[in-house]
Design a protein around this ligand. Structure first.
Ligand SMILES: Cc1cc2nc3c(=O)[nH]c(=O)nc-3n(C[C@H](O)[C@H](O)[C@H](O)COP(=O)(O)O)c2cc1C
Length: 219
């Protein structure tokens, strides 16, 4: 694990308001590729990223991405120096404490199980504990849920976390930008999640820019 010193969140020494420390929770829902892309983009933006992964999150990374070791470079496109990977069952890790200052947390992908646990303030693992702490400290929490269809339990849990201050962002990419690959769909959602965390990125996911590009096609 990379050791990094505690630093205040908020605007950085360069005077910008770019978030510089984000927590990423990975759980056992389909869509591990979204997590990897979000982590890559955070690393590319120079954000110090803290990872908490549930046991089933690890299984999904293996099943869907062939990632069997939580290796910082593999998860961040070779920029692992800004990545801190915590043991998923360590509810005593740094990001389990409200005193750990960060700029927000995203749970991606978020299973119905973890969604429900967060809604009820249960913290059996580090993802759940870090999310609970993020809510109690009134920091941004984005829950990128994946399941379909959903029943009353998920709907009620979404209502509860929304009332508690979280943003539920279902992993439901739009098709209006005329995607031609799975990567386009993943990038659409990853870009929206970074927008919600206030992290800049250069992905072409904006409707207005798409319209403009359509009006002025390159020769
Ligand atoms: C291959 C696979 C795919 C799964 N996909 C989903 C899913 O998309 N959404 C979901 O809520 N649960 C899904 N599950 C079930 C969860 O992994 C299970 O509820 C687990 O308890 C979640 O644990 P966690 O929230 O601690 O990660 C899947 C399980 C497996 C093995």
């Amino acid at each position: 694990m990379t050791e990094l010193t505690d630093k205040p969140s908020g605007s950085d020494v360069r005077g910008s308001n770019t978030p510089r420390r984000i927590v990423v929770g990975i759980t056992g829902a389909s869509g591990a590729g979204y997590a990897v892309r979000v982590i890559e983009l955070l690393a590319a933006s120079g954000v110090e990223t803290h990872i908490a992964c549930s046991s089933l999150g690890r299984r999904l990374l293996a099943e869907e991405m062939g990632i069997t070791q939580l290796d910082p470079d593999a998860l961040s496109g070779g920029r692992g120096d800004r990545l801190v990977i915590h043991a998923g069952n360590d509810v005593g890790a740094a990001c389990a404490s409200g005193s750990f200052r960060h700029d927000g947390m995203v749970v991606v992908p978020a299973s119905s199980n973890t969604l429900a646990k967060i809604a009820h303030g249960i913290s059996d693992n580090l993802v759940q504990r870090a999310a609970q702490v993020t809510l109690k400290e009134r920091r941004p929490l984005v829950i990128a849920h994946r399941e379909s269809p959903i029943g009353m339990a998920e709907i009620e849990a979404m209502r509860m976390v929304t009332l508690a201050g979280a943003i539920v962002a279902p992993l439901s990419p739009g098709f209006y930008l005329e995607p031609t690959s799975i990567q386009d769909l993943v990038d659409f959602m990853a870009g929206r999640l970074l927008d919600l965390l206030g992290v800049p990125h250069g992905l072409k996911i904006r409707w207005d820019e798409h319209l403009e590009a359509r009006r002025t096609p390159s020769a």
